[in-house]
Ligand binder design. Structure first.
Ligand code: NAD
Length: 368
C-alpha cells in the first residue's frame, strides 16, 4: 500500500520553527516504527503572499485536497497587518477550511500533571483533565445571511444571522458521538434553546441522531452560558462537548486556558470521509505566529507536535502510536523539561525549541 501523504504548510513566524521539530518526529516514526509518510511542503499565509501575492496559491489548495492530511503551523505577523482584507494571511487558512469543508473542529483540553500549577484553577479541579470540544466550524452566525451594516431610519444597524440546517447539525453531532465512543462515551451538547430557535432545532436534531444511532452514548444538554460556568467550576464532569460555531469559539478558548500555555494546545479540523475512508483533515496548533518570539528559538513546539499526534489518531488510525507520542511528552514534562513559556516562578534554564525536540525524541527512543 502507498505511504500515507502529508502536506506541511509551516506558514509564518514561529510556524516554521515548531514545524521543524514535527518533521523530526515524523522522521522518527519512519525510521523506528516503519510508519513512513510521503511529506510535501508548501507556502501559506504571509509566506505565500510574499511569493505569489495571495495567501494561498491555487496549486497549494489543489495539493491540500489531494493529500491524506494537512499539517499547518501558523500564519500572520505585523508585516502583513496593513494588507487588504482579501489577501490577509488568515484568508489562506479560511480558504483551506472552507474548500476542504472542515466542519468539525476538535479542540482537546488536556492537563498534563506536571503543568497543573499553570492553570488559573485549583490544581485538584484540573489535574487529569481530558475533555474534547467539538465545534461546528463552517456554518452558524459567522457565515449566515443576511449580514452587514445597514442604515435604517437614519441609524446604522449591524446584522448577523445564526442559521443552521438540520444536515449541518446532524454531521457535527455524528462527529461528536463517534469521538465519544473512542473516549469516555459521554456527549454534552450546548446551545441556547431557551432563547434561540436555532438552539431548539440544534437540540432536537442532536436528540434524533442520538436516538437513531448512538443510544449507547450518554447524552446531556446544557445552555451554553451555564456550560461556560461549569467549565470553570467543575471541568472534569465533561468528556465531549458538542457546540456551534459561535459558542464553540468562546467555550474552546475558555477550556483551553484551563490548562495553561498556548504553546501546549493542538487542534484538528475534520470534514467528510474521502474515497479511501480517511476524513478530510487539517491539524494545527491553536497558537498564532508569535512575532514577539520569532527567530529566538524560544517557541514551544509541543502544540504542533500534539497536533501531529492527533493526525496519527484521527487520520491514520494509529492510536497506539499517538499514545506513545503523548506519553513521551508527558514524560519529558514530568522530568522537568520546559521551554520559556512553561517556566514557573522557581526559574531555571529554559530549553530552546530544538532542545525540546531533542528530549522528546530521546523519550520516544526510550519507549521502544
Ligand atoms: P499568538 O498565539 O501568536 O501569541 C500570543 C502569545 O503567546 C505571545 O506572547 C506568544 O509569544 C505566545 N506564544 C504563542 N505560541 C507560543 C509557543 N508555541 N511557544 C511559546 N509562546 C507562544 O497570538 P497573537 O500575538 O495574538 O497573534 C500573532 C499573529 O498570529 C497575528 O498576526 C495573528 O493574526 C496570528 N494568529 C494566527 C493564528 C493561526 O495561524 N491559526 C492564530 C492566532 C493568531
Amino acid at each position: 500500500m502507498a505511504n500515507p501523504s502529508l502536506l506541511i504548510l509551516a506558514g509564518d513566524g514561529i510556524g516554521p520553527e515548531v514545524m521543524d521539530e514535527v518533521k523530526r518526529i515524523i522522521g522518527w516514526f519512519g525510521d523506528k516504527r516503519d510508519l513512513t509518510f510521503d511529506v510535501s511542503e508548501d507556502l501559506v499565509g504571509g509566506a505565500a503572499y510574499d511569493a505569489h501575492g495571495v495567501p494561498l496559491h491555487d496549486d497549494t489548495m489543489a495539493k491540500a485536497q489531494d493529500v491524506d492530511a494537512v499539517l499547518l503551523g501558523a500564519v500572520g505577523g505585523p508585516k502583513y497587518d496593513d494588507l487588504d482584507f482579501s489577501v490577509k494571511p488568515e484568508r489562506g487558512l479560511l480558504r483551506l477550511r472552507k474548500e476542504m469543508d472542515l466542519f468539525a473542529n476538535l479542540r482537546p483540553a488536556q492537563c498534563f500533571d506536571a503543568l497543573a500549577d499553570f492553570s488559573s484553577l485549583k490544581k485538584e479541579l484540573i489535574a487529569g483533565l481530558d475533555i474534547m470540544i467539538v465545534r461546528e466550524l463552517t456554518s452558524g452566525v459567522y457565515f449566515g445571511e443576511p449580514r452587514g451594516i445597514h442604515i435604517e431610519n437614519n441609524m446604522r444597524v449591524g446584522i448577523n444571522t445564526q442559521r443552521y440546517t438540520e444536515a449541518e447539525i446532524e454531521r457535527a453531532a455524528r462527529a461528536a458521538f463517534e469521538l465519544a465512543k473512542k473516549r469516555g462515551n459521554k456527549v454534552c451538547s450546548m446551545e441556547k434553546a431557551n432563547v434561540m430557535e436555532s438552539g431548539i432545532l440544534w437540540r432536537d436534531v442532536v436528540n434524533e441522531v442520538h436516538q437513531a444511532d448512538y443510544a449507547d452514548v450518554e447524552l446531556s444538554h446544557m445552555y451554553a452560558d451555564n456550560g461556560a460556568m461549569q467549565l470553570v467550576r467543575a471541568p472534569k464532569q465533561f468528556d465531549v462537548i458538542l457546540t456551534d460555531n459561535l459558542f464553540g469559539d468562546i467555550l474552546s478558548d475558555c477550556a483551553a486556558m484551563l490548562t495553561g500555555s498556548l504553546g501546549m494546545l493542538p487542534s484538528a479540523s475534520l470534514g467528510l470521509p474521502m474515497a479511501n475512508g480517511r476524513p478530510k483533515a487539517m491539524y494545527e496548533p491553536v497558537h498564532g505566529s508569535a512575532p514577539d518570539i520569532t527567530g529566538q528559538a524560544k517557541a514551544n513546539p509541543i502544540a504542533c507536535i500534539l497536533s501531529f499526534a492527533m493526525a496519527l489518531r484521527y487520520s491514520f488510525d494509529q492510536g497506539a502510536e499517538a499514545d506513545r507520542l503523548e506519553a513521551a511528552i508527558e514524560k519529558v514534562l514530568a522530568d522537568g523539561a520546559r521551554t520559556a513559556d512553561l517556566m514557573g516562578p522557581e526559574g531555571g534554564t529554559p530549553l530552546s525549541t530544538s532542545e525540546m525536540g531533542d528530549v522528546i525524541l530521546a523519550a520516544l527512543d526510550a519507549s521502544l
